[in-house]
Design a protein around this ligand. Structure first.
Ligand SMILES: Nc1nc2c(ncn2[C@@H]2O[C@H](COP(=O)(O)OP(=O)(O)OP(=O)(O)O)[C@@H](O)[C@H]2O)c(=O)[nH]1
Ligand SMILES: [Mg+2]
Length: 440
């Protein structure tokens, strides 16, 4: 999925991260490469243009070029714009908790409507605990009803069929669902080879009769830009409420996925990633942007670090670490920073190359205890841990609601850590911190 684009972009971003400093010349080079990669991935030129304008304006600013970590900032800007063009925040289905929800799938022939209808039924049953009814409204293709019947049966869903025209079938199907306590109705409509009037008229009539909560356009991601104009065509004629991109698994380039939402102004709600019913995912712009930019979720890490960690402070800390002047106050600062960044395991998981087993050893309760202990020390004690004798340890334990054993353990760990830091010499803040947490 999106492999060739992801391969190209993550290479470019890696290269940029390798540059020690950013200046207008190398940023221009980097941006040119990104632009080429997007165009080669068949991303719509309007999207590429908007993307490049936004990223260039921000990346060239003083704030980025002169910052402490310019390459990381640059990565974050690219990532943020990717998320934006992919639709920003994920959108849920318009599902009524109480009553019946009616969903209608439309799209060209072979775009994946029938398969997606069953995938969607499974999703609705699992996520909303609603019993779905599938309506077979494609009476034109000889085996269409049978295909839906087989798929429904295989997955344990009920299907409604009737010997009538599609508009009447849909009306009767929704009535049947209401009378038989179904929670959702999914209408599988007929596809055509191209956008034709007759087909659109029929869809408009169905829409009028069943008044759906969602009209989802199913488009084949592997058809690239063609999928985008199909979506526009359907939207103009019948008005769609969301998009479903099928065959993301066979779309290495990614043009449709990256252009669809921006060009149509509609959200991609789901993607199909294979022929099986379980090959179906909710569409999260941020996750897709992360996948496109590289592995190990470096991007999310950068984002969190940018937002929550005071870089100036980190730089000072690094100096202190190098001089081994790191004291319990700095230690406390670090713990607070890490707590602000959210669950520790999430953060550590995002750091590529960190052994998974080490991550599991991190105990957040322990972090909180450590924080309480250090907070119960006087400022002098925090700067001079050797002054913390037996009676002081007792007082600190009382003050922090812990035991002398806990205080001893912390001071021992801190002592060992200082030794280790001395040995480590030239190691950056984050890395030093994670190895240090490992010892707790
Ligand atoms: N690899 C892959 N194949 C898919 C996906 N979704 C659907 N297919 C396959 O694409 C083919 C067409 O899918 P259908 O669901 O029958 O498409 P349709 O839009 O209902 O087709 P018509 O009813 O003829 O208009 C089938 O062979 C599906 O198995 C997907 O996400 N990935
Ligand atoms: Mg079909």
């Amino acid at each position: 999925m999106l492999d060739s684009l992801s391969g190209r972009l993550s290479e470019i971003m890696k290269k940029i991260r390798g540059w020690g400093s950013l200046n207008e010349i190398n940023v221009t080079d980097g941006l040119r490469e990104i632009k080429l990669a997007l165009l080669e991935a068949d991303v719509n030129y309007k999207v590429v243009k908007a993307f490049m304008e936004g990223v260039t304006a921000e990346a060239m600013g003083e704030k980025v070029l002169k910052s402490i970590a310019p390459a990381q900032q640059f990565t974050k800007i690219v990532y943020d714009y990717l998320v934006k063009i992919l639709g920003d925040t994920p959108k849920d289905l318009n599902i009524h908790r109480g009553g019946i929800s009616v969903l209608m799938l439309v799209g060209l022939q072979g775009s994946g409507k029938t398969t997606s209808a069953v995938k969607l039924a499974r999703h609705i049953q699992k996520s909303y605990n609603k019993k779905p009814l599938l309506i077979a409204a494609d009476i034109y293709r000889p085996a269409a009803v049978k295909q839906l019947a087989l798929l429904s049966e295989k997955n344990g869903f009920d299907m409604f069929e009737a010997d009538d025209d599609p508009v009447n079938i849909c009306a009767a199907g929704v009535k049947h669902a209401k009378e038989n306590s179904f929670g959702a109705v999914i209408v599988d409509t007929a596809g055509r080879l191209e956008l034709d009037e007759k087909m659109m008229d029929e869809l408009v009539k169905i829409k009028r009769v069943i008044n759906p909560h969602e009209i989802l356009l199913v488009a084949d991601a592997a058809t690239g830009q063609a999928a985008v104009s199909v979506a526009q065509g359907f939207d103009e004629k019948i008005g769609v409420t969301g998009l479903m991109l099928s065959r993301m698994d066979s779309d290495a380039r990614g043009g449709a996925a990256l252009s669809m939402s921006y060009i149509t102004g509609k959200h991609i709600k789901f993607i199909g990633t294979g022929e099986k019913v379980a090959d179906f995912e909710k569409f999260y712009p941020s996750r897709i942007a992360g996948r496109i930019l590289g592995k190990g979720d470096v991007v999310s890490l950068v984002e969190k670090v940018q937002e929550d960690l005071d870089l100036e402070k980190a730089k000072k800390l690094e100096k202190k670490i190098k001089k081994a002047a790191f004291d319990l106050n700095d230690f406390l600062d670090q713990i607070k920073q890490m707590q602000k960044m959210g669950p520790l395991e999430n953060i550590l998981e995002m750091i590529p190359g960190l052994p998974k087993k080490a991550n599991m050893n991190i105990d957040e309760g322990e972090l909180k205890r450590t924080e309480a202990i250090i907070c119960s020390m006087t400022n002098y004690e925090r700067g001079h841990y050797k002054s913390i004798n037996g009676s002081r340890r007792k007082r600190i334990a009382m003050g922090s609601g812990t035991t002398v054993f806990d205080v001893n353990k912390l001071i021992n760990n801190f002592q060992q850590m200082k030794k280790m830091i001395k040995k480590m010499g030239k190691v950056g803040g984050m890395k030093a911190l994670s190895s240090l947490m490992d010892r707790m």
